[in-house]
Design a protein around this ligand. Structure first.
Ligand SMILES: [Fe+2]
Length: 379
């Protein structure tokens, strides 16, 4: 039996913050108490101790695999560097969000999902990963070959979460064609004539493939117990479709109505933590803070900046005083764990995994000083 006691900590529990100690035994939280530790202990210096974060939607690995346009880095090195940054950000469980978008017409949109999933698996088997990794397939339902590629990955890699994306210009994330054009013009520098062709192609692909592909992916996920997420829901019809499909998570709803409808139906609403930190959406859609104010925000995801979870957890109670620090922390730990069906983690509570973060709130903001997963120091 191995036991370590951590004392002099401000423990962020489910509903309150207490000053006390934490006992870890064999990788699990054994005891939590107020006041001085019962026996010899490591001093946490009065810092906060938070549950390890559970991240459901991050594409941050892509920045390590493609550090410059047209440069593909060594995949194993990219994955381990990404994992190190994830762990140092306080994330102890991460769903690597891999794009499945095999479509000749959407140049540059297909990620390297098979390569990345296999590399994460190999790195995990080699024992070099700090966080626990799961596969989240981001499936673009308008892409011709999406079902086949997703099915192959389900078979070879195991998949825990599937999101159903549709980035057709004129709906969801790009409610107007103009939004789509301005986003891609900035991103790719394409001419208006090139964009005309792409818009027409995408609309054609949507008409042909979106409905049947979505139906097949939903059926496959249900058959294998894979959690489903909807993506960029904008209208009442989108929400009704998500309810009918048994969706558990609404990722990045783009309107107040879609967020309210999803939350009311028991679908957990996920928004980007950068959206909280920056005070709005980078694509000009709904602000996560306004959802938090109305009590319909359930989960924050780091999206493209791993460190944004910690920043947002401390920032949100300042921006929305009705939300306490424990409630904000639950949005990056307990709530995503529950949405993904992970019942063994996400809170500081006896019997759960000893996944926790030591956070200093001194200086300009919160900083993760140390991180443990199943009782082992990983950062
Ligand atoms: Fe999107």
């Amino acid at each position: 039996m191995s036991e370590t006691v951590y004392a002099n900590a401000r423990l962020v529990l489910e509903e309150v913050v207490i000053e006390g100690h934490l006992v870890v035994r064999d990788g699990l939280i054994a005891e939590i108490g107020t006041g001085a530790a019962p026996r010899a202990a490591l001093d946490m210096g009065g810092d906060y101790v938070l549950p390890g974060f559970v991240e459901l939607h991050t594409d941050h690995v892509e920045g390590h695999l493609y550090p410059r346009p047209r440069v593909t880095w060594n995949a194993f090195a990219a994955v381990t560097a990404y994992d190190a940054q994830i762990a140092a950000s306080g994330i102890t469980t991460v769903f690597d969000s891999l794009r499945v978008w095999p479509d000749k017409r959407a140049v540059g949109m297909d990620g390297d999902a098979p390569l990345l999933a296999a590399t994460v698996r190999e790195a995990g088997a080699a024992g070099v990963l700090r966080a626990e990794h799961f596969v989240h397939l981001r499936c673009e339902v308008t892409a011709d070959g999406v079902v086949e590629e997703a099915a192959a990955l389900m078979e070879s890699e195991g998949v825990r979460l599937i999101s159903l994306m549709d980035h057709t210009p004129g709906q969801r994330q790009f409610m107007t064609e103009a939004q789509f054009r301005s986003y891609y013009k900035k991103k790719s520098g394409m001419s208006d004539a090139d964009l005309d062709i792409i818009v027409a192609d995408r609309q054609d692909a949507h008409a042909r493939f979106a409905r049947p592909n979505r139906a097949r992916l939903v059926e496959m996920a249900r058959g294998q117990g894979i959690v489903l997420a909807s993506h960029d829901d904008a209208t009442d019809e989108h929400v009704a479709e998500a309810i009918g499909d048994g969706v558990a998570i609404a990722e990045f709803p783009t309107t107040d109505g879609a967020a309210d409808g999803s939350h009311k139906a028991g679908i957990r609403v996920l928004m980007g933590a950068p959206n909280i930190v920056r005070g709005g959406s980078h694509t000009g859609n709904v602000a996560a803070e306004s959802l938090a104010r109305r009590g319909v925000l359930d989960i924050l995801s780091s999206d493209y900046v791993p460190g944004s979870l910690l920043l947002a957890a401390f920032d949100l109670p300042n921006r929305v005083p009705a939300i306490t620090l424990p409630q904000a922390v639950a949005m990056v730990s307990a709530n995503p764990a529950a949405a993904a069906g992970l019942t063994d983690r996400g809170r500081l509570a006896p019997g759960l995994r000893a996944d926790f973060i030591r956070v200093s709130a001194a200086g300009a903001g919160p900083a993760a000083r140390a991180v443990w997963r199943q009782g082992e120091r990983i950062s």
